[in-house]
Design a protein around this ligand. Structure first.
Ligand SMILES: C[S@@+](CC[C@H](N)C(=O)[O-])C[C@H]1O[C@@H](n2cnc3c(N)ncnc32)[C@H](O)[C@@H]1O
Length: 314
């Protein structure tokens, strides 16, 4: 088969020296004077808006422990702990540099930090958490990438990942077209979190199943490719996520699934400035370019909120 395994762990451990190259929606909204805030109905950071959005579904006041995996600069957790200071937080990250940044951002809170690859964390370690958060990072986990005539790979990780395709087909009836890229790492992440029966799970990432069709933004509209697409970034590549596969796995573990585009978490204010930027075929100013990219991201990113049905076992 013409598959090879795309991984980002080496980049995150040895090469990454800034997140600036990879401006997440979370980081873009963090500065109070961020031009991205002009696009939204609420002038608040991402973490604050996410916390309020999740508050409809997650009873934060009854939770004790929260685990954030791949927390970047630590801004989401800072907002969560400001709004719910009773939570005992653990941050797991593969990048020593970003874990250090998280220590600095969260210095006023009693947080537990662990430097490790989440895929190596044991299910028994996960069982103690009430809530798990993975924001804008599922695409960093390994992807099986199809390339016509790619020589057969013999390394143990690729062989193991290829053999897992059959498991996912059999256990969860997932269907893969013969040449599609496969988010093998993201499937494993969801299987692990659900297998540990964590009661509440929130995940988000660029989706290969999202689309935008809005007459107000004729030049931004896009259709869904349906299979994971490559995103080339500084020093590494990531892949968009096939969320329907993650949903299927979560349901098999008896989770209730809520799914949507970021624009539901971060509603847009279609004010004159935003409307002018969205009407323009090419951006006329730096600000219009930022608005166009940000609105595109609000539709391209999807989230899942998974809630364990406590009446059903397994
Ligand atoms: C694109 S950043 C997202 C950061 C942050 N969640 C945000 O929304 O701004 C990806 C994060 O995931 C971490 N990461 C990537 N692969 C990981 C792995 N296998 N285990 C744990 N953390 C990982 C990176 O070090 C980084 O903190």
């Amino acid at each position: 088969m013409g598959y090879f395994l795309n991984t980002t762990d080496d980049y995150h451990i040895h090469t990454l020296n800034s997140l600036g190259w990879e401006l997440t929606v979370c980081n873009a909204l963090y500065p109070e004077d961020s031009p991205c805030r002009l696009v939204l109905r609420c002038n608040e950071s991402f973490g604050t808006q996410l916390f309020r959005f999740l508050g409809d579904k997650i009873p934060f006041e009854h939770l004790n422990t929260v685990l954030e995996i791949g927390g970047g600069l630590g801004y989401v957790m800072k907002d969560f702990l400001t709004l719910a200071p009773h939570l005992q937080a653990t941050m797991v990250d593969i990048s020593p540099l970003l874990l250090q940044k998280q220590r600095e951002t969260l210095t006023e809170f009693p947080v537990n930090f662990r430097e490790m690859d989440f895929l190596k964390m044991s299910i028994s370690d996960l069982r103690s958490f009430d809530l798990a958060i993975l924001n804008e990072n599922l695409g960093d986990f390994p992807t099986l990438v199809f390339q016509q005539n790619h020589p057969e790979q013999n390394d143990p990780d690729t062989i193991r990942s290829l053999s897992r395709i059959a498991d996912y087909q059999k256990e969860y009836a997932l269907e893969f077209t013969p040449t599609e890229n496969i988010n093998i790492g993201a499937l494993e992440v969801v299987e692990k979190l659900c297998g540990a029966a964590i009661p509440y799970i929130y995940l988000s990432e660029h989706s290969c199943e999202a689309s935008l069709s809005n007459p107000q933004s004729p030049h931004l509209n896009f259709t869904s490719p349906g299979t994971p697409e490559r995103i080339s970034l500084q020093g590494h590549a990531e892949f968009t996520i096939k969320f329907s596969h993650l949903q299927t796995i979560a349901r098999a573990f008896h989770y209730k699934v809520f799914r949507g585009q970021y624009v539901y978490i971060l509603p847009i204010d279609f004010n004159e400035k935003v409307k002018a930027a969205l009407r323009s075929p090419t951006p006329l100013t730096d600000e219009q370019e930022i608005i166009q990219q940000f609105v595109y991201d609000l539709y391209k990113y999807e989230y899942l909120v998974l809630i364990k049905d406590s009446k059903k076992k397994g």
